[in-house]
Write a protein that binds this ligand. Structure first.
Ligand code: ADP
Ligand code: MG
Length: 706
């Protein structure tokens, strides 16, 4: 293709010199057009030094720089290696020494290499036992009479080679070649959405230069320069989007004001069955103040498992009801919805108001009449699952909507909830609750359109859950403990990762239950609890467990969130290394909710470093915020409390927490811009605005922002 007609949307199939098969392989990697190629960031850079002698190479290996280098020599032997899998070993030497080349899973190499052959090899040398080895090097023949004396080495720079995410059909080097070929023309097409002035003030390269440096750095510092610009771009866009959304909510959307009069206050207080902790009081005040405004509240309530969020939610809902409006509480599972309904019904026993449960299990005429009553305003508080969010459920005047356990709720659902208001211009005040403490910096990034309240104090008398990690053999003692506790009237959970026999060989729930029921727990009353049981059965089993007719529940993670049985004191988590840290912490929160201390036994034989660190973190702390920080450290924010489900597009370049400083900068700058030009409609922002809407318009629901 003539480079003058190249555009950013030119398909990879139309690029000069790209074979149709290669184009197809590119497309399978998600690289469809020129812009995709530019955006395809190297996952790392290989540092390659030019031709070195064997003795210099030995020094490199000992310095463990991780750099690659080239050596040249003559093959002196080739053998099939011992051990499992195809392995070919060759020895290469020059006048100054020798190196072992090891080729894994490339049996054909044995036919290509032979003693006397001269080759050039590029790879990373490392010391293995007392010898130097290069594993899976790339190599090529050189003339058999070529000199093997490396040129005297000046202390020159290593060459930086981008290593791209690649596939079996397309290597990083092939991708690099294609990207490099389009780079000059493609970057020449890039308009910058940041002004010269701004770039100068923040010492940022142009977008074009940033991409050139990203794909073709000559110096180490070029990589940083490129990354800094592109990471800041991503963070800035996200912050601007989120702030734009916030501005829109505060200026265009209206909520019903729910004043907290003395009368309302005392009616609410009368329903709260205990003295709130200081943290609960503070948070209740923050929420009450929001609800009195005509600006729709959009608040995230963070509080560790057992910190008492339910009562805070109740107070908020009562503020709506006392003002003659409706409220809803949406839970992520039926089990949780049912439990909330039970708790609230008990607390509201003698209150002159109507509370109803709406879940997927309520169908037919029962559902129809309930929906009708909700629409007519005959129901004051609706507790339920996402069934509340279906189209046919219309409230007469929903004023407060609470979503429990936010990490299961996407932005999409929150938007739906918002649209459940009485009319198009009014929307309910929203409270989103999560027990997965999110590091503050991160919650600002991901949920920047939310105000955040934190309950950082436990109700009095709560004892931390003792946590131990044991291997398979240690599980026996844990089950003996389960049996002993059953004898004392205490209850236990046993959690397994999956229900069915799976090819991964995880403990299967039913067979595990059989083993326990016929073995160590033969004297216990034991039952299975999982998501495949229908609601009535689940409800029946939960009730038996709650009232003490069952000693042990063998469960999947359906018990992860919210399940509240004060007499449960022990939780044994099988294959604990298979669970995420947040999930483990949630599970642990199921015990020690009464006045007796809880214990958590993690049965795990972790095989990866990450799994090790997760188990370690659990044993070391019961503080949810510390757990969250550790989680962030261990795996980055991508997976944190299901950021993906929440709809936030993943970053390509930025990495949190590494780029926290850039994030702070992005927040500061975004704030100033939005203050000056709330919807970014001023001329210098036109291109920025277009790109921002493209990146974040959909998940943030910025469509209505225009
Ligand atoms: P979570 O924040 O995990 O949803 P809950 O709201 O279920 O926690 O509360 C956990 C337990 O603590 C419940 O049994 C609740 O009744 C109790 N609780 C909550 N607040 C207080 C308080 N201020 N004083 C005493 N007990 C409380
Ligand atoms: Mg809860």
């Amino acid at each position: 293709m003539d480079p003058t007609t190249l555009t950013l949307t030119t398909a990879v199939d139309d690029l000069q010199g790209v074979h149709p098969e290669t184009a197809a392989a590119l497309r399978r990697l998600g690289l469809r057009c020129v812009a995709d190629l530019l955006l395809h960031a190297p996952s790392r850079y290989r540092r390659t030094h030019s031709w070195q002698s064997m003795s210099q190479m030995a020094e490199f290996a000992d310095a463990q720089s991780g750099d690659d280098l080239e050596v040249r020599g003559e093959i002196v032997s080739v053998e099939r290696g011992f051990g499992r899998g195809a392995k070919v070993e060759a020895v290469l030497e020059d006048d100054s020494g020798e190196v072992d080349l090891v080729f894994f899973n490339q049996p054909w190499i044995q036919r290509k290499l032979h003693p006397g052959l001269r080759i050039s090899v590029v790879g990373r040398p490392r010391r293995y036992r007392s010898r130097i080895q290069i594993a899976n090097p790339s190599w090529q023949r050189i003339d058999n009479d070529a000199s093997l004396v490396a040129p005297a080495c000046e202390d020159e720079h290593a060459k930086l080679t981008p290593v791209y995410p690649a596939s079996d059909e397309l290597s990083s080097d092939s991708i690099a070649e294609i990207i490099l070929a389009t780079l000059p023309d493609a970057t020449a097409l890039l308009d910058d959405h940041l002004t010269d002035e701004y770039r100068a003030s923040r010492n940022l390269p142009t977008l074009a230069r940033a991409y050139r440096l990203l794909h073709r750095p000559e110096l180490e510092e070029h990589i940083d320069t490129a990354r800094r610009r592109l990471a800041l771009d991503e963070l800035l866009m996200l912050q601007l989007g989120v702030m734009m959304k916030r501005f829109h909510r505060r200026t265009h959307l209206q909520a019903v004001s729910l004043p907290l009069t003395e009368d309302v206050q005392s009616r609410i207080s009368a329903r709260i069955p205990f003295t709130p902790t200081d943290a609960q009081s503070r948070v209740m005040n923050e929420i009450a103040a929001d609800l009195a405004e005509e600006i729709p509240m959009n608040r995230l309530l963070q509080g560790d498992v057992g910190s008492g969020k339910t009562m805070v939610a109740l107070a908020a809902m009562l503020q709506a009801v006392a003002n003659g409006r409706q409220a809803a509480l949406v839970a992520p599972t039926e089990l949780l919805a049912e439990q909330h309904e039970r708790t609230l019904r008990e607390v509201l026993q003698h209150a002159p108001m109507r509370l109803e449960l709406l879940t997927g299990s309520i169908t037919g005429s029962a559902r129809r009449s309930l929906v009708k009553d909700i629409g007519a305003g005959r129901v004051d508080i609706v507790v339920g699952t996402h069934a509340i969010l279906t189209n046919d459920v219309v409230f007469r005047d929903l004023a407060v909507a609470v979503a429990d356990e936010q990490h299961r709720f996407g932005v999409q659902q929150r938007a739906t909830l918002r649209s459940k208001g009485s009319d198009q211009t009014h929307c309910p005040h929203q409270l989103v609750m999560t027990a997965t403490p999110i590091p503050r910096t991160l919650s600002l990034t991901l949920f920047g359109d939310l105000d955040v309240s934190v309950i950082d104090e436990m109700p009095p008398g709560r004892l931390p859950v003792e946590t131990v990690a044991v291997d398979r053999a240690g599980a026996a003692a844990a089950y003996a403990d389960v049996a002993a506790r059953a004898g004392r009237g205490e209850r236990s959970f046993v959690v397994v990762p999956v229900i069915e026999e799976s090819p991964t060989g995880l403990t299967d729930l039913e067979s595990h239950l059989d083993r326990l029921a016929t073995g160590p727990l033969r004297d216990c009353r034991i039952a299975a609890m999982h998501g495949r049981l229908d609601t009535t059965e689940r409800e029946r089993i939960m009730n038996l467990f709650r009232e003490g007719s069952l000693d042990v529940l063998v469960a999947t993670t359906v018990i992860e969130v919210g399940v509240d049985v004060p007499q449960a004191t022990l939780i044994v988590i099988e294959d604990a290394d298979r669970f995420g840290l947040a999930q483990l912490h949630q599970l642990r929160g199921r015990v020690g909710r009464g006045d007796r201390a809880g214990k958590c036994v993690l049965v795990a034989e972790p095989t990866t470093d990450e799994a090790h660190r997760r188990i370690e973190a659990m044993v070391e702390t019961t503080d949810g915020f510390q757990i969250a920080e550790r989680d962030l450290e261990i795996r980055g924010p991508g997976e944190l409390f299901g950021a993906r489900q929440s709809g936030v597009p993943p970053f390509r370049i930025a990495v949190i927490p590494r780029d926290l400083e850039l994030l702070a900068l992005a927040r500061r700058d975004a704030e100033v811009w939005i203050e000056e030009d709330p919807l970014l409609t001023q001329p210098p922002h036109t291109l920025l605005r277009r790109r921002l809407l493209k990146a974040h318009g959909q998940w943030l629901g910025l469509g209505d922002v225009g």
